[in-house]
Design a protein around this ligand. Sequence first.
Ligand SMILES: [Zn+2]
Length: 474
Amino acid sequence: MRLGMRLRVLMSAIALLMVAIQAVAASDVRSVRLWRAPDNTRLVFDLSGPVQHNLFTLSAPDRIVIDVNGATLQTALDQLPLQNTPISGLRSAQRSADELRVVIDLTSAVTPKSFTLEPNQQYGHRLVVDLYDHDPDKSPAGLPATTTASTPAAPVTPTLPAITLPPITSSKRDIVIAIDAGHGGEDPGALGPKGAREKDVVLQIAKELQRQINADKGFRAELVRTGDYFIPLRKRTEIARQKGADLFVSIHADAAPRSSAFGASVFALSDRGATSETARWLADSENRSDLIGGAGNVSLGDKDQMLAGVLLDLSMTASLSSSLNVGQKVLTNMGRITPLHKQRVEQAGFMVLKSPDIPSILVETGFISNPSEAAKLQTASHQKAIARSVHSGVRQFFQENPPPGTYVAWLRDQGKIAAGPREHVVRSGESLALLAQRYQVSLAALRSANSLKSDVIKVGQTLQIPATQLAAQP
Ligand SMILES: [Zn+2]
């Protein structure tokens, strides 16, 4: 063979090989998952590799068509829990060796959004299709719509916005606690042994806490997440604000590389300013699209970073001194029913970015990565105990600091809230100074309430805790 001929043969051999490689490299759709949220439905296609896709809607009847290039379907589409969703069915057709068409039949029109996600620790490549029951760009009910300039304006007569603010002088409203069960849907949170998932445990605790708070006259609890679906972090505080929350409590369970790590902790935001690390994270997060849920700033691969995301978001709304105060009360109460990971409210190194309006805390109920703690966290009795301790801390805080116009403020003004004396049984590792800090009383007050000559205390000793002094605002 002449050289040119040989070259051509070689070239076609290479071309054939590349076709073969491409065929091998085509991705499989290995499974499809569905999550229903109050206002949207999320479909997640689990893929063996990256794909290109194209989505369009058709009407009469309403349906959505997704063409996935470089994919074949290796799973059934008829096993999905479609009840309560606008989806009546899913169909598929292999249009060519590597083009898959999926048709979503709908009972009502939806607004679709779709995107692909890179692999993380839990999942591989994914194609996510969100179907919003109504236009997601519309303002949520109760908030003024962003006005866009349309026609040249005639002199504008200011009209009162349709928002009704809670009347200031009104009779005795409830104190509203927004309870935010972390994670959900596509984002399972921390994973424990035997399939324990943070998103499930924290939702159970959140619901129990809601039950307890709602049984408390003068309080009302609102769940930010009511089921197994994902809510972006920023949306969570937005929901809390829409519900008129006086306090935002985010419930989580920890994970650590060391399975022996254990104990509960409470976080509030740091006021110590941005470290360089913070600055880096901030810059990073601005540009990062969400890795798990497709929104917000969450990276499951880095627990600290995820926590940072939550806290950063809280920072938008946190009233720091109140957060620390209520956080300490919650921690103290939790310390009576479960070991504490840290004795004090921890603060992540983030600056409060905006003028605060809702005090916010993040409760890590324990380490789901610890086998015995994971087992405990899944029992109804321990969940109740945790909820009770969070509830007690929250109640104490609001009895001491009731927002004006609330039933609890009225009770206090009537002298009907008696701050009963408290007792504390000393545990290993505790010092008098630590207890003074935890109960927010002065060391001197603690000494005198217990007639102590020195600061030496013994494990098992019962201490009288004097009434909390009103903390001087920093
Ligand atoms: Zn979490």
